[in-house]
Design a protein around this ligand. Structure first.
Ligand SMILES: Cc1ncc(COP(=O)(O)O)c(C=O)c1O
Length: 520
């Protein structure tokens, strides 16, 4: 009754918002005020991936929730949860901590396999497997819906076609940009190496001996990359990780593009150097970071071609800035060897740069070179230093000789058949024009990696399902490999594709795009 309320000495208490209400409120205000994204119709069951909330939004919400609930959510777990209901259940399961240390907004790395954030709180566990069960929740749910498209089993490889999970498909997800996986010269070279040396090696090269094939490959790579010498590691990932963490230490500064590959990110983190990240291809921010690094040995690391987007770094500008600030420059040529430049020599040839423009020229053997492993080509001093200090080289078994011989042979094929590079570049132009005419968004790619942007994770999975059913092997990519609001089908073009294959791919994509409403 009105009178009884008026005479009450104690003001009525506002009911405390529930965890669900708090999360809903934060999400909606972030979508409305920060991201300018639609928020109507959001329910506690709406998949977060469909809302377009990105890593920054999630990190901001994490901080705000920590402040208000006095609970410390683990960002790694938060990113695995699918909707408001799951977020709320997770938060409700956490104990209240006596004092919160809400961090300033943290941008979470978008790289697969990123290390746990330093301020990640321990998750309370009731049994030793609970953490993994929780982390696998999203995988379980997409498997249950029949939308799990990872690691299909390939049983046949026939030129541009494969048999995957028992179905013949046009391969549009391969890194063999020049189609050398089945080239007779590379196959024969690998077989001959096995006949001569067997299938493995004796162990670490520095201790158990190197082979003439390893030396031959390193000399060829040095020559190919226009450098004094080269070192070969047993994987591309290890090459980046071991090289970067050896070249710089806690007295140094390392600077990278925000879209750099995970192996670069991990190398930077493990080096102990101050790690500064500039916005993608933003030369002003790179210059700012270089000024901040003044007085310290500084390494700038960039991808030549970005592996999820296919666009190219503005290398002439990076080179100029590194020279001006006396910083070492390392470039990852994983997706540019065989792809960029008239004869496929990569980004240096593409931009017509001098041989000494890049100090540390990194590449993988697992893509164009139809093998496995990675390398760095650089000055004699840098290579000697890496050979005796890089832990991923010193404490790891040698690249098998079959793979070594295959990489040498692949380089020989590219030298003998430069028309493969020209064919690949023509294919890319033909395919890109076709996609753009159909109305697909493909970002800023100009290379063999072509993202077909799909707006939401649900559309990505639906597109993949339709493409695979029609015999097209395209790869779905979502968070955390790319930002939450930029899921895509990642497609890769090769010199093996003829016009009929590319037309087939365009027809399947067009049909799937229209059926899902992605294009008109
Ligand atoms: C840009 C980039 N660098 C390095 C690597 C790691 O190379 P690898 O797969 O040969 O270990 C990859 C792998 O995809 C990559 O895309």
């Amino acid at each position: 009754m009105r009178s009884s309320v008026m005479i009450s000495a104690v003001p009525p208490e506002c009911p405390k918002p529930t965890t669900r209400e708090l999360i809903r409120e934060h999400l909606i205000s972030w979508l409305r005020d920060e991201a300018n994204l639609p928020y109507d119709g959001i329910t506690d069951e709406t998949p977060l991936s469909e809302m377009g909330i990105d890593s920054l939004g999630m990190a901001a919400m994490n901080c705000a929730l920590e402040e208000q609930t006095r609970k410390r959510p683990n960002p790694e777990v938060m990113f695995e949860l699918e909707n408001i209901n799951q977020l709320a259940d997770y938060l409700d399961s956490l104990p209240i901590v006596s004092q919160t240390h809400a961090p300033a907004v943290v941008t979470v790395e978008l790289n697969p396999g990123a290390l746990p954030l330093p301020n990640a709180a321990p998750v309370p566990i009731t049994n030793k497997l609970e953490h993994f069960e929780r982390m696998n929740g999203r995988i379980r749910s997409i498997k249950e819906q029949g939308l799990y498209f990872f690691e299909p089993i390939i049983s046949e490889h026939d030129g541009a076609w494969v048999v995957a999970d028992g179905q013949r498909m046009l391969m549009l997800g391969s890194y063999e940009y020049l189609g050398l996986l089945g080239h007779p010269h590379t196959k024969q070279a690998a077989i001959a190496a096995i006949e001569h040396f067997g299938t493995g090696h004796h162990g670490v090269r520095l201790l158990a001996g190197t082979t003439n094939l390893h030396r031959q490959l390193e000399a060829k790579l040095a020559d190919w990359m226009r450098a004094e010498n080269a070192i070969v590691y047993s994987s591309g990932f290890t090459t980046n990780h071991a090289t970067i963490s050896t070249l710089v230490d806690h007295n140094c500064c390392v600077i990278g593009d925000e879209w750099n590959h995970a192996s670069i990110v991990d190398g930077c983190r493990h080096s102990g150097a101050e790690f500064l990240i500039f916005k993608h291809n933003d030369m002003d921010e790179l210059a700012t970071h270089l000024r901040r690094a003044a007085g310290r040995r500084t390494l700038v690391v960039v991808d030549a071609v970005f592996s999820m987007d296919g666009d190219i770094i503005d290398l002439p500008a990076v080179v100029e800035l590194c020279k001006r600030h006396n910083a070492l420059l390392m470039v990852d040529e994983a997706h540019s060897l065989g792809v960029l430049g008239k004869t496929g020599h990569g980004i240096q040839e593409h931009f017509g740069l001098a041989d000494d423009a890049i100090d540390v020229k990194m590449g993988t053997l697992s893509k164009t070179l139809a093998s496995c492993g990675g390398f760095v080509a650089a000055s004699e001093e840098i290579i000697t230093f890496l050979r005796h200090h890089a832990r991923g080289y010193i404490f790891s078994g040698a690249l098998p000789t079959a793979q070594t011989a295959a990489a040498i042979a692949a380089l020989e094929v590219i030298e003998r058949e430069p028309e493969l590079v020209a064919r690949l570049q023509e294919n890319v132009t033909y395919y890109l024009n076709g996609l753009r005419e159909l109305g697909f968004a493909t970002g800023n790619t100009t290379t063999a990696i072509v993202p077909v942007l799909t707006k939401t994770e649900a559309l990505t999975l639906e597109m993949t399902k339709l493409c695979r059913a029609a015999g097209l092997f395209a790869v779905p990519v979502g968070f955390p490999a790319v930002p939450l609001n930029a899921p895509r089908l990642r497609t890769c073009i090769s010199a093996l594709h003829g016009k009929p294959e590319i037309d087939f791919a365009l027809r399947v994509l067009a049909q799937a795009g229209r059926q899902t409403g992605l294009i008109a």
